[in-house]
Ligand binder design. Sequence first.
Ligand SMILES: *Cc1c(COP(=O)(O)O)cnc(C)c1O
Length: 405
Amino acid sequence: MVGMDQIAMNMQNGQDLQNQAIGKEKMEKEKRSEKTMNVPFIDLKTQYRTIKTEVDVAIQNILDTTAFVLGDAVKKFEEDFAKFCGAKHAIAVNSGTAALHIALLAHGIGQGDEVITVPNTFFATAEAVALCGATPVFVDVDPTTFNMDPYKIEPAITDKTKAIIPVHLYGQPADMDRINEIAKKHNLLVMEDACQAHAASYKGKRTGSLADIAAFSFYPGKNLGAYGEAGMLMTDDGLIAEKCRRLRSHGEDPKYTHHVIGLNYRMSGIQGAVLGVKLKYIEMWTQMRQKNAALYTNLLADTPITTPTIAKDRTHAFHLYVVRLPPGTDRADVQARLKARGIASGLHYPIPLHMQPAFKDLGYLQGNFPITEGAAQDILSLPMYPELTLEQIQHTVETLLEVVQ
Ligand SMILES: *Cc1c(COP(=O)(O)O)cnc(C)c1O
């Protein structure tokens, strides 16, 4: 028998439970907004979901036709990407590093030669030079764009200099007119390291068409990313294109006739198929990145955080959104506190190339490149990808300002 008192008690319990539930929900809501919103550095899964049907069909087609190495899908992607960049020839390879390497080999660069590049880049830029037996010669970067400072090039030129490799760092084209002008004067090759700058432009021309030759990476995390390793070379020079084509495949032409010692740097069929699908979206994804960058920049205006500068006559593809923290900030602490609130961050790049153990023999010293070294101390890369939401950007900025103070 359940009496009135019992009913009242049950009702009270029910009310308590409900109050508890409301309290819990409120707490969780607060926890979500203050602490646990997940902002990954990059999110490839979300992007895959938006193109899954097309990508799955393209991959299935490679499985059905067993065109696993080079093949029609790769050839089609070479043609499409060359057209997209405004270049005559594209040579598909299996990484950006491979592209940089064989471009130098195709130009006969090797032992005893010097190649001018920047210390503020990913290791592969200078690694490719060393792989050919040539010597990387570093010049410092511009303090506003972090790209090669053209005024530092001429003092570094010697009678051994053969080439200049500007890097379109973070997705912003280097100052190509000045660099090309100096190269012309000294009869040097210019190669764009465009590995971070698909679909960026300089004076209305796309990367890949801004110098003698260009190297792209399609590493999964790049703006145009494969589902494995891939890369590409871009040039208007038919003879060089032919040399690169041979070099990527054991110096062979036709099959089993080997003209030179080459490498096995061929792009896989599945990567060509995936990239062919993704190329259709690169302009849209680039616009989404640019919009996200503009949001970050607006929200960070008039704060102690220094936001990226876009130089005149250029579009920035925002592979990375890199800010500078106020001097003296404990960056490791900032990163740890961001991470505790679910926000990923990165450093591009914490150790300049002239300070890398592998380049010890080049004989550079701390202090040789103050702009690069200064940047290495206070840069911070914030989450950046096309599908990043407004809420994620707001949460990142609010939390960053809170932890930097
Ligand atoms: C990614 C990258 C490379 C190397 O490309 P991989 O495809 O990883 O070999 C070279 N240079 C720069 C600037 C890069 O960002």
